[in-house]
Design a binder for this molecule. Sequence first.
Ligand code: ADP
Ligand code: MG
Length: 420
Amino acid sequence: MEEILYRKFGFTSFREGQKEIIESVVSGKDTVAMLPTGSGKSLCYQMPSYLLNIQVLIVSPLLSLMQDQVEQIKYRGEKSVIALNSFLPYKEKVQALHNLRQFRFIFISPEMLVLPEVKKALASCLIRLFVVDEAHCISQWGPDFRPDYMLLGEVKKQLGSPVTLALTATATQKIRSDIRTALKLSSPAEWVYSVNRPNIALNVKQIDSFQQKIEILKEYMRTISSPGIVYFSSKRLADELAAEMHQHLDRQIASYHAGLDTEQRILIQQQFLNDQLDWIFATSAFGMGVNKENIRTVIHFHMPSSMESFVQEIGRAGRDGKKSVSILLYLKGDEKITGNLLELENLSLRQINEYKKIRQETVNQKVVEEKAGISEIQYRVLNYFEKHENHKNWEENVFRLMSDRLRERKEQLTQMTFYA
Ligand code: ADP
Ligand code: MG
């Protein structure tokens, strides 16, 4: 499995749930799988096709989703894929139906699935896996809106009752039971992974200025339940604010990031685990494999780089099941710095200095971009720093952040080599 995962998909490890779901399907069990959006459900039906060398039929409710999937599959080099939907021109449809047996992956809308000519073509195929993607639609849209969904169970029978996999991100008892009924699954294997952590309260706090953000954080350090983690995307800020607040508030605060040496990192981690620290000011380097049950609060000073990281980072709170809190401090524009921090790696020192020089002559964005030779995104990142780091030498922080990132990258590489 690992070999195909790497060879066909280019991934080095499975995400939560994928392996279990694939194993269930491959072992011939009807399976209902619920994984959060973006967690990689597609792999759960694509991989079995390669493992068993079988033809897969995927019923997909939305044309845009279907198109998107097909493009992704083609993009990684798999040509044996077809989407049967109303987008397909008549001539191509006739041809595709004629050759349907040849395709490894056949995507189809529920409406098409019940057309006589489509049924006939499918009868000539050897479908060994029947997939219903976004299967909550069966329940949600119900018999009135999409009557063809109700016929899926019948269609499955006509296909010779292949192994069936229903995929969705929405996990309620009712939806699961509707899926079982509509698809005529008597006792499918059910894999439910939910991102919902009912004991963690999610908050977003709108902030008006960088200064206010720091004030509010200070206030939280005094008033909000600890132990807790505050995530930063800048090591410098994590260091500086931790040092300052440790000194001025009566709280035990330390910073943690990939820039510290191993000994320091282990020490801080141990102190935190042993409840000797109230707060850790960390970059995303902190948390993996740290199993501390009683973390009460996770604060994001900056937005994390992806929704996935956000879910993981806030998920470190409340492992003991007790009430916990997540707070995102949001200052307008934050999404630009976090999402585009990578752009920093492509900036040269010369470009940054040029930007600064030209900005003194003009505020015209296009002119600055052109003269400094930077992209629009790079302009926005630099502009962000110029505005939010309220002092003359703001570019020094950009430099520092750049070298931070480079070091972090290097460290990741070293670690990867180590584990390899
Ligand atoms: P879902 O259908 O659950 O919303 P997708 O199947 O569309 O999610 O996958 C979301 C993204 O995750 C895709 O870009 C996919 O390439 C990526 N992905 C899936 N599995 C893995 C994995 N094991 N490792 C890394 N990336 C993955
Ligand atoms: Mg999907």
